[in-house]
Write a protein that binds this ligand. Structure first.
Ligand SMILES: Nc1ncnc2c1ncn2[C@@H]1O[C@H](COP(=O)(O)OP(=O)(O)OP(=O)(O)O)[C@@H](O)[C@H]1O
Ligand SMILES: [Mg+2]
Length: 642
């Protein structure tokens, strides 16, 4: 706790109101566990970062105090409860909500490694939401408790008065495989929880960092400085594999310098899937359902869901798996109404579910197989990109990264070939939260990152006779030329390198604005996960990310050309949109440019999800007004704003 004392001393010495001083708070909101860390900006080293290890609640498990369960229970569903309980305060038998983070991401993960049992778990009510609340609201309720806990811890260290005068900079981690809408949902929850924009602490800010990047920052820094030998060196290709509860996230970095500064860049597009350790839990549910049918399925969630006695025991069994070679039978107490149960699977007298090591192997192996496939794919991609066998290190982090069985299987597969070493840092579960604070403190980050997907807009180009379909033909209202619509303009390609705050090339737009029309113009952003993106936007491999709303209500329209169309005075809105990748906010940003000047930013609206079939630009010329007015897509939904 030396770091905490130093922080306290350092802060007490500060005079109040010194604006440049801040406290960085790392928040690793995980599917199963959440971590907190903090450091004063007066400090300069990874060892000054304090990982919070005190959490409220009687059920605290001394094994993993560096994180608290991502779990919340509400008073209206539990007796003798006046306010929500969270983390270790949630005890077996309470109605509580777990794994909610996975509900923030509704799309198929990259690489298609979907867990079929996720649906099973969801149907069994394991991932249900309280009535009347969305996943974002439940996550926000949980994060509110985390924010309050962070404030309480800091108040204790530095007094309420100093805390009130010191801005907090929150660095929240998110899976790198998250889609833009899942990232945005996380940010929304954090804003609702008051990490930024709260009236009592207006100077607090929130930033987001991807989990593997946070892990890389901390694990690589630690490896360079811990003096344990075999440290990370220039030219090393380091693969960070974050095996958490919900997701496995893999990212690869090429180290170019370690001293005096750490310089590294992302080597290829990272990959991942929802094959974290809860996938093993879901395999347990599937097996129980298969063995015991309704007798298991109908057991209420509070007796079998995450946090129940049954699952707490399974957690211990799972963590211990692999250490011992003997074929032991594990006993998990669970009372079930079974007629003549098979004594191999259920001990009726003791009410024990019996699980053999072979059963456990069957739960682990398919998940480990997915992880191996992901690793193999990433190593191949990285080596191809580097044009040499660049990867020589795998660093396993995350709680599941601590699994003896997983490590053994990975060693068998990768290390035995001789070139790759596999290491697990101390406290692999808290590496990520440490890295989040380190990012805020030192600004360490990769020099370049790789785009996870292609992102782009659709546009019109001159019609190519013999190539384009007449059905997609349009007449350019400005030039009268024959055009084809629906051709993608990709602003960034999958795998393309980009630096922080990289501004894409401009996407130029020219539309007619009729008086009385809405001044909020819409533009759809699309993405694609394929290596080679299709040319047309109506391919089923292209996803609609969201609707960008460009607001001209506060823009001086006198700067635009005016034109008479059918006798009506109209404004020719000629502008460009640039996409900003790698912003510290952790989400995509958009700049709007007109007459060579930035006239504003635009927001993306993820709620306006439209299927591709709904966003087809009308094809027939029987809609002249639409065709005449815009070279771009206009929202199918009538916008009623002025
Ligand atoms: N030794 C172990 N073997 C297998 N699983 C383990 C072991 N130790 C911890 N776990 C699992 O790891 C998960 C917790 O790890 P971690 O805190 O890294 O995940 P998380 O941050 O909650 O999830 P995510 O990052 O995917 O959202 C839990 O599902 C836990 O059961
Ligand atoms: Mg995690």
């Amino acid at each position: 706790m030396a770091g905490a004392e130093d922080l306290s001393k350092g802060l007490t010495q500060l005079s109040l109101g010194v604006d440049s001083h801040k406290i960085i708070v790392g928040v690793d909101y995980g599917t199963t566990y959440t971590g907190l860390s903090y450091v004063s900006t007066e400090k300069k080293d990874i060892n000054d970062i304090v990982v919070v290890n005190t959490w409220p609640g009687p059920a605290r498990d001394a094994d993993h105090v560096e994180k608290a369960p991502s779990r919340i229970a509400y008073p209206n569903e539990n007796t003798d409860m006046e306010s929500p309980r969270w983390g270790y305060q949630v005890e077996p038998g309470m109605t509580a909500y777990s794994w909610t983070k996975l509900l923030l991401e509704q799309r198929m993960p990259l690489g298609g490694y979907e867990d079929q049992n996720l649906e099973v778990a969801s149907k069994a009510g394991i991932m249900k939401l309280p009535e009347g609340k969305t996943a974002v609201q439940v996550v926000a309720d949980f994060l509110t408790e985390i924010r309050d806990h962070a404030r309480r811890i800091l108040e204790k260290r530095i007094t309420e008065k100093i805390l009130a005068a010191t801005p907090l900079e929150f660095w929240l981690t998110i899976p790198a495989i998250w889609s833009e809408s899942a990232k945005n949902a996380t940010r929304e929850a954090a804003l609702l929880a008051g990490f930024e924009g709260s009236s009592d602490r207006p100077k607090d800010r929130i930033f987001m960092i991807t989990e593997p990047e946070a892990a890389a920052v901390a694990a690589i820094r630690k490896s360079i400085h811990d003096g344990m030998g075999d440290c990370v060196k220039p030219e090393d290709g380091v693969l960070i594999c974050d095996c958490g509860g919900g997701t496995v996230d893999i990212t690869t970095y090429l180290i170019s310098e370690t001293s005096p500064q750490l310089v590294f860049e992302e080597l290829c597009t990272g990959i991942g899937g929802k094959c974290g350790s809860t996938a093993i839990d879901r395999n347990l549910y599937a097996l129980m359902s298969e063995r015991f049918g309704n007798a298991f399925d109908e057991i209420p969630l509070k007796r079998k869901g995450p946090g129940s006695e049954f699952m707490n025991k399974f957690e211990r069994v799972k963590r211990d798996f692999g250490f011992s070679k003997e074929d032991k039978i594990n006993e998990l107490r669970l009372k079930m109404n079974l007629k003549d149960p098979d004594p191999t699977f259920y001990d009726e007298e003791e009410t024990f579910v019996l699980l053999s090591n072979n059963d456990l192997r069957k739960m682990f192996d398919p998940i480990i197989k997915q992880i191996i496939e992901l690793l193999q794919q990433q190593i191949e991609d990285a080596n191809r990109e580097a044009e040499r066998e660049a990867i020589n290190r795998i660093i396993l982090v995350g709680g599941f990264g601590d699994s003896y069985y997983l490590r053994q299987e990975l060693v068998k597969h990768f290390e035995s070939a001789g070139r790759i070493t596999i290491t697990v840092p101390d406290n692999p579960q808290s590496v990520i939260v440490r890295g989040a604070a380190l990012r805020g403190l030192e600004g360490i980050r990769p020099k370049t990152r790789r785009s996870r997907r292609h992102y782009g807009f659709q546009r019109w180009i001159p019609f190519r006779e013999g190539t384009d379909s007449e059905l997609d033909a349009r007449t350019d209202p400005f030039t009268g030329l024959k055009m084809v619509s629906g051709i993608m303009k990709w602003m960034i390609a999958k795998g393309e390198k980009y630096v922080d705050n990289y501004n894409s090339d401009p996407h130029n737009l020219k539309i007619l604005h009729f008086e009385g029309d809405s001044l909020r113009k819409h533009l759809l952003l699309f993405s694609c996960d394929l290596r080679d993106a299709p040319e047309r936007y109506d391919s089923d491999k292209i996803e609609h990310v969201g609707m960008i709303v460009v607001d001209f209500r506060n823009v001086d329209l006198a700067q635009f050309e005016k034109k008479k169309v059918n006798g009506i005075e109209t404004t020719v809105l000629q502008y460009a949109v640039k996409v900003v990748f790698g912003a510290e906010e952790g989400v995509l940003k958009f700049l709007v440019i007109a007459n060579d000047a930035v006239i504003g930013t635009a927001n993306i609206d993820f709620s306006q999800k439209t299927t591709i079939s709904q966003v087809h630009v009308p094809r027939s010329s029987s809609q002249p007004r639409m065709a005449q007015k815009s070279l771009e897509y206009r929202s199918p939904k009538k916008d009623t704003s002025p």
